[in-house]
Ligand binder design. Structure first.
Ligand code: NDP
Length: 245
């Protein structure tokens, strides 16, 4: 099926591992030229670089720390320089931690709000002059933001904020043909969820109607839907991709 993605240009944050890596590769397989952001050089980033080279296309990995304002500016500038414009932004990079609310320090609150929410705002704002006609912005939120969880006040606040940001941007940018949507994953098997002990894992599996945790490719498929023409009349939406929790 033609998703209308061939030759498009994408910026994907947090592309070196997990959901972001799966999204980068899925887009590249559809003929999209991708600039993938990551925080620091690593074996994972080198592996992605090799995989992208094998697929062909104009791809580039860019290390930029999105917990700082400079990181967002550098990443968008690199994408503009490499791609000449941007048709798809996948705001996927995210940080997470579990801290009882009474012990939550201001620095940790600030780090998560900045990385998960402020950086998304900065990336989109910097990218506005580069956005092509019919551009798609796909923001990776979290199912936890809908229900809350002890120890995750900072994380869920950042992800719930992302939904509000996305809805307003959908309305403000819609007349320019720009669509903005959110994917709200359940528990996905990545490094971020890798700390699960067997009991917690079994509990999350039994919570999902489909009886399993998600795979990065499950979310990458939703990214393809929102990035491509199949979702041409969908904007401001939040799609749960959680196996039916
Ligand atoms: P991973 O921990 O597997 O990967 C995180 C990615 O984000 C890496 O590429 C990492 O780069 C990058 N990153 C993290 N912090 C920064 C930073 N400060 N600056 C730049 N890049 C950064 O995460 P997941 O794939 O699991 O999660 C991706 C998104 O999905 C996140 O937004 C997360 O909140 C969301 N999500 C995940 C769920 C899950 O169960 N896994 C559930 C719901 C939502 P590097 O390799 O250099 O560290």
């Amino acid at each position: 099926m033609d998703l209308g993605l061939t030759g498009k240009r994408a910026l994907v944050t947090g592309g070196s591992r997990g959901i972001g890596r799966a999204a980068v590769l899925a887009l590249a397989r559809e003929g999209v030229h991708v600039v993938a952001g990551h925080r620091q050089h690593s074996e994972a980033a080198a592996g992605l670089e090799r995989d992208l080279k094998a697929l062909g296309g104009n791809h580039r990995l860019v290390a930029a720390d999105l917990s700082t304002p400079e990181g967002a500016a550098e990443l968008v500038a690199a994408a503009g320089e490499t791609l000449g414009g941007i048709d798809i932004i996948v705001n996927n990079a995210g940080a997470m931690s579990q801290v009882p609310y009474a012990q939550l320090e201001q620095g940790e609150w600030d780090r998560l709000i900045f990385t998960n929410l402020t950086a998304v705002h900065l990336i989109v704002q910097h990218a506005l002059p580069l956005l092509g006609e019919g551009a798609a912005i796909v923001n990776i939120g979290s199912g936890l933001a809908m229900v809350g969880m002890p120890g995750r006040a900072h994380y869920t606040a950042s992800k719930a904020g992302l939904v509000g940001l996305s809805r307003s941007l959908a309305k403000e940018l819609g007349r320019k043909g720009v669509r903005v949507n959110v994917i709200a994953p359940g528990i996905i098997e990545t490094d971020l969820a890798g700390h699960l002990d067997p009991a917690a894992r079994a509990r999350y599996e039994s919570l999902a109607a489909l009886g399993r945790l998600g795979r990065p490719e499950d979310i990458a498929n939703a990214v393809l839907f929102f990035a491509g023409s199949l979702s041409g009349f969908v904007s401001g939406a939040t799609l749960p991709a959680d196996g039916g929790i």
